[in-house]
Design a protein around this ligand. Structure first.
Ligand code: URA
Length: 257
């Protein structure tokens, strides 16, 4: 392996959290596995001992139904956060450092739904705090909006997918009841659907570059699909369209007053 490959590998391990302690004391997993193998070999040697214990029966769980029940029981945002933190059926939770629940003003008239936490969001437990989030804050400020008082922000997924991969349909499906309850509890006048994953989750469609700027209805209220700030960082000339969308949002807010 050359120097560059080794460096990339080390960076990847840092990214995966190799420096984060999981328990107070180190556990030698190799020794534990060797122990298990020795115990198994011992059992197999004993005459009359069954080699394989019958697999324990695992109760069938429907993650979507469970998410629905948990979400429906949440009476407020704190309750919803606790319900999501206790939801164990999404594999993404196991690889994430933090639950990224929301940020912003709970009584806001605008609720923005992003896609999923990235590395910075996973580390801080807050949505949109990396480079895309900084651009988002600047765009909000340009139309006199801010997460301090007028905007509430969440994501379709509260846990970072490994290597920022796209979420799988079953992951979106099991997290949708939480998102729907989240929107109902915040009860904003307007929704902003930021990016393709959010469009898929809330409108059942992808193709954000075509959908953007066209008012839709989602979760029982007007919703404006917009280009994701991460896309705008990669495609700066699209900022002109995004600016038009922010102005349209602002005008609709004024009209609703
Ligand atoms: N992109 C998102 O969609 N959400 C975040 O929280 C960060 C980046």
């Amino acid at each position: 392996m050359d120097w560059y490959a080794a460096k990339a590998l080390l960076e990847w391990q840092m990214e995966m959290g190799v420096d984060a302690a999981l328990c107070d004391a180190p556990v030698d997993r190799f020794a534990a596995e060797a122990d298990l193998r020795a115990q198994h070999a011992e059992r197999v040697r004993q005459p009359g001992v069954a080699t394989a214990a019958p697999a324990p029966k695992v109760a069938e769980v429907d993650p979507v139904a469970e998410a629905r029940a948990l979400a429906a029981a949440a009476q407020d945002l704190d309750g919803l956060r606790a319900a999501m933190a206790g939801f164990e059926h999404c594999q993404l939770k196991k690889g994430a450092r933090n639950l990224v629940f929301a940020d912003g003003a709970p009584g806001a008239r605008v609720m923005l739904v992003g896609e999923a936490p990235g590395r910075d969001e996973d580390l801080q437990g807050k949505p949109f705090v990396g480079r895309a989030g900084q651009l988002l804050d600047r765009m909000l400020a340009a139309v006199s909006l801010s997460r301090a008082d007028t905007v509430y922000i969440t994501n379709v997924l509260p846990w970072r997918p490994p290597q920022n991969r796209d979420p799988k349909p079953d992951e979106i499906a099991m997290l949708m009841p939480f998102l729907q309850r989240h929107i109902a509890l915040v009860n904003p006048d307007l929704l902003v659907i930021m990016g393709n994953t959010s469009a898929q989750a809330l409108l059942g469609r992808r193709g954000i570059t075509r959908l953007r700027g066209q008012w839709q209805e989602a979760a029982g209220r007007p919703a404006l699909p917009m280009l994701h700030p991460a896309y705008l960082l990669r495609t700066p000339h699209a900022k002109r369209e995004a600016w038009g969308d922010w102005l349209a949002l602002k005008a609709r807010l004024r009209a609703l007053k």
